[in-house]
Design a protein around this ligand. Structure first.
Ligand SMILES: Nc1nc2c(ncn2[C@@H]2O[C@H](COP(=O)(O)OP(=O)(O)OP(=O)(O)O)[C@@H](O)[C@H]2O)c(=O)[nH]1
Length: 241
């Protein structure tokens, strides 16, 4: 049996974003690709769980591209985790959403070290906030997810109340890695208004809002509107979720 699979959660509706977040671009690379590149080196196999209309546009021969189980299609991240667990033979599954493009391998390595058979999930808690979209889920949680979705409950936090969770604490300085992009405006606001509070160092940070146009299945580079050079430092203080 494989030790763990990677799950890229890509099938959201991005209703708060101008375009499909999965195909938004950060440092010239689509968000979904950041998640794949993070997981491929450490997971035994990676599944990208997406909507059917995204399937052809997600191109990476190293991963399996699957859709949510028809029963739960569009039921949120729980549906994505359920659907990947349904096809993998791995005991553990590391979920990563597409909208945390700054997630870093240091975080996932720290989580890997915490895998513990006594628990059903290994979940980060950053500066006191639980971050259930990035975390390890044991394959037995599939039954619990099924129950939740049958009850019409789609919350990741509900899942955590019904399984044994080992919380792994991260410090406030690591919150940048967990920042998720819900809307382009949130991000632009952060980059323009909060930037002055950060140390400006060497790193280059860019979010090209080259929104993937979900209506005609193409990248729309004419609408690239954001670019900023900034450093993320330990003094960063923002959480977008
Ligand atoms: N496979 C799959 N992934 C999902 C689904 N819903 C959300 N996700 C993913 O889960 C992560 C968090 O999604 P959210 O930001 O909560 O929801 P969203 O639908 O992407 O965005 P909003 O419509 O703005 O709420 C993202 O990576 C989504 O792509 C789903 O039904 N299936």
């Amino acid at each position: 049996m494989r030790k763990f699979s990677g799950i890229v959660l890509a099938g959201g509706n991005s209703s708060r974003y101008n375009g499909d977040k999965a195909f938004a671009s950060y440092q010239g690379k689509p968000f979904y690709q950041h998640a794949i590149d993070l997981l491929v080196p450490i997971a035994d196999h990676v599944y990208v769980v997406c909507r059917p209309d995204q399937t052809d546009a997600i191109a990476d021969h190293r991963v399996s591209i699957i859709n949510d189980d028809e029963l739960y299609r569009g039921d949120g991240p729980l549906a994505g985790i359920y659907s990947a667990i349904a096809v993998t033979d791995a005991q553990w599954n590391l979920a990563v959403p597409v909208d945390t493009p700054f997630m870093d391998k240091t975080i996932v390595h720290a989580l890997v070290k915490q895998i513990d058979p006594a628990y059903d999930a290994i979940i980060p808690c950053v500066d006191g906030r639980v971050q259930p979209l990035v975390g390890f889920y044991k394959n037995n949680v599939q039954t619990v997810i099924k129950e939740l979705l049958a009850e019409g409950r789609r919350s990741m936090h509900q899942l955590l109340t019904r399984i044994k969770v080992k919380y792994v604490s991260f410090q406030e300085k690591d919150s940048i890695y967990f920042a998720n992009i819900n809307s382009a405006d949130d991000f632009q606001h952060y980059m323009t208004n909060e930037g002055s509070e950060r140390d400006e160092k060497n790193d280059t940070f860019s979010l090209d809002n080259c929104g993937y146009n979900k209506f005609n299945n193409r990248f729309d580079r004419d609408h690239c509107s954001y670019f900023a050079n900034n450093a993320f430092t330990n003094s960063c203080r923002f959480l977008l979720w």
